[in-house]
Write a protein that binds this ligand. Structure first.
Ligand SMILES: C[S@@+](CC[C@H](N)C(=O)[O-])C[C@H]1O[C@@H](n2cnc3c(N)ncnc32)[C@H](O)[C@@H]1O
Length: 233
């Protein structure tokens, strides 16, 4: 697994922030919301609970979580890119009755209290961390015993497999050219290498056990192109 430069990642997401939601919708044909909801349907966040959304970006998962935990609960969204957090805050302010606080912090060192959350999520974030095991350790540290957590991301597929061929085609022939129209060619070219350097399913499960989770299962979704890493403390 190659290490990524956190400052470069922060700059990249600050640059992408304004177009991020629109590009996400275009490039996934809107399906990213279904995958996010699939993760939440497994996690079952409930009224009154406290949830953490690491690498929250423009706030999709935080908003979904906040609607489920209601005002009696709380969601904390953490991201290192200030521009994405500004958009998240703007989106949240459009809805009343959401209990969300936003933290401009490194997901590897949030400074939040240990064992203070009932559950946690990280969508399309783990792959971007300079040290994914440290990210999983931080997530684990924040959660109370018995808490559940979930990671949603691309499923890195073997080169040469049918799914792998499709993934490469999709990234090179769709993602990069479309993001290029938005002036973000370089930022989205990074996506392919970050997926390639991301551990495959069982390796992700091993990393989660290393980070102290008692249960970890990697479940491919979206015809194998995406995957959920389902975790229990
Ligand atoms: C691909 S976006 C995903 C955003 C959001 N979770 C979603 O699913 O739409 C990845 C996010 O991770 C954030 N990120 C990357 N490294 C981080 C770090 N070390 N600490 C906090 N956030 C980080 C980026 O700033 C970016 O907003």
């Amino acid at each position: 697994m190659k290490s990524v430069d956190p400052k470069a990642v922060e700059q990249m997401f600050n640059d992408v922030a304004q177009s991020y939601d629109l590009l996400n919708d275009l490039l996934s044909f809107g399906l990213h919301r279904i995958w996010k909801k699939q993760l939440l349907d497994w996690l079952q966040p409930s009224k009154g609970e406290r949830w953490i959304d690491l690498c929250c970006g423009t706030g999709d998962m935080s908003l979904f979580l906040a609607r489920r935990v209601c005002q009696e609960g709380e969601v904390v969204g953490v991201d290192s890119a200030l521009n994405t957090l500004e958009i998240a805050r703007y989106r949240a302010n459009k809805e009343s009755n959401l209990s969300i606080t936003w933290h401009h912090q490194d997901a590897l060192n949030t400074g939040l209290a240990s064992s203070s959350f009932d559950g946690g999520v990280m969508a399309y974030g783990l792959r971007n961390l300079s040290d994914p095991v440290a990210g999983l350790c931080e997530l684990r540290r924040l959660l109370r015993p018995g808490a559940r957590a979930g990671i949603l991301d691309f499923n890195p597929l073997r080169r040469g497999s049918l799914g792998g061929v499709f993934q490469t085609f999709y990234l090179r022939k769709l993602v990069v050219p479309i993001s290029g129209i938005f002036g973000l060619h370089d930022q989205y070219t990074y996506l392919e290498s970050s997926i390639k350097n991301f551990p495959m399913g069982t390796a992700q499960e091993r990393l989660a056990f290393e980070a102290g989770f008692t249960s970890a299962s990697h479940v491919p979704i979206a015809a194998g192109q995406m995957a959920l890493l389902k975790l229990i403390v």
